[in-house]
Design a protein around this ligand. Structure first.
Ligand code: RP5
Length: 291
């Protein structure tokens, strides 16, 4: 648990999951307001009694857990449970009244919201980058910072309309490295519907590209879907096309969960989904590029 840490962490990493209305509910589900100082579970707050919400459409879904009251449901918390990873990147999480507790603290809402798993819901985020170039293929530098401008492949999410890294959920038993490649192929190249000859003939190149990623972040995501009992975690990796001639030259095509996809210039003005800005900032530090 992170209860004793300063409130700075909560302001940064636990903000979007305390917004007034729960997403995808047409503002019909409200969170109890949780001020920064009351986020940690070890701060006693006797009156804390938020609403409970688990979206009805997740009942019975193959990707979702059963209700916590289901007598056949015996989750192995903090462990690899069959082929479901119930371990957290944040260390051991607590179980109170049979429910896992969000390791970052209170969110103002109990239940599972629209998330499939009680406890951690594991995702993977592929951050695919290249240098911004002019028509003569020369790298462009920012006029003020004099640093080269990095671009990354961003998708516009269908659910919130926000721009984001084209990440997705890790399937049960799936290796995170496979999720990173699969999600990119589905979300940014839409290989099924738009798969061009060029991409089909480049299988070996794509495999090699996705073999050479660099770790950027693994841990909690400040996702607006998080609740007191279910939350997003991710592994973010950077895949960089230095010359801009391999994956950096592929035609982009938005997949099912996206309405748009494009190369986006990176700067501190970006406003991305969840805590994706923080992951992009780490990529910038690695490449010493414009911010
Ligand atoms: C975020 O949600 C993760 O960082 C990842 O980008 C995404 C995965 O959820 P879906 O896009 O599958 O909804 O928390």
């Amino acid at each position: 648990m992170l209860g004793g840490r300063s409130t700075v962490l909560f302001r940064m990493l636990h903000r979007k999951c305390r917004s007034q209305f729960y997403p995808r509910t047409n503002n019909t589900v409200s969170r109890t307001f949780v001020p920064d100082e009351k986020v940690p579970w070890d701060i006693i707050w006797e009156e804390y009694n938020p609403a409970t919400f688990t979206a009805s459409h997740i009942n019975g879904q193959p990707w979702a857990d059963p209700a916590i009251t289901d007598s056949n449901f015996h989750p192995q918390w903090n462990r690899i449970d069959g082929n479901i990873n119930r371990k957290s990147h944040m260390g051991q999480y607590q179980i109170v009244d049979f429910l896992p507790l969000n390791p970052l603290g209170r969110t103002g809402l109990r239940g599972r919201g629209v998330l499939g798993r009680w406890g951690p819901n594991h995702a993977a985020d592929p951050i695919v980058t290249r240098w911004k170039r002019d028509e003569s293929h020369n790298v462009e530098f920012h006029s003020v910072t004099k640093k080269p401008i990095l671009q990354f492949i961003a998708i516009q999410r269908r659910d919130t309309g926000e721009w984001a890294i084209p990440g997705g959920m890790v399937d049960p038993g799936e290796m995170v490295t496979s999720t990173l490649k699969r999600e990119f192929m589905e979300e940014a190249l839409n290989i099924l519907e738009c798969g061009s000859d060029k991409i089909e003939k480049s299988n070996a190149l794509i495999d090699k590209f996705f073999d050479e990623g660099e770790d950027i972040y693994h841990g909690y995501v400040d996702d607006p879907r998080n609740t007191d009992n279910a939350w997003m975690e991710t592994v973010a990796m950077n895949f960089h096309d230095e010359s801009g001639t391999s994956v950096g030259a592929f035609p982009l095509c938005a997949g099912d969960d996206a309405v748009n996809v494009r190369w986006m210039d990176i700067s501190k003005e970006l406003t991305l989904y969840a805590s994706h800005n923080d992951f992009i900032a780490k990529v910038v530090a690695k490449h010493n590029s414009h911010w």
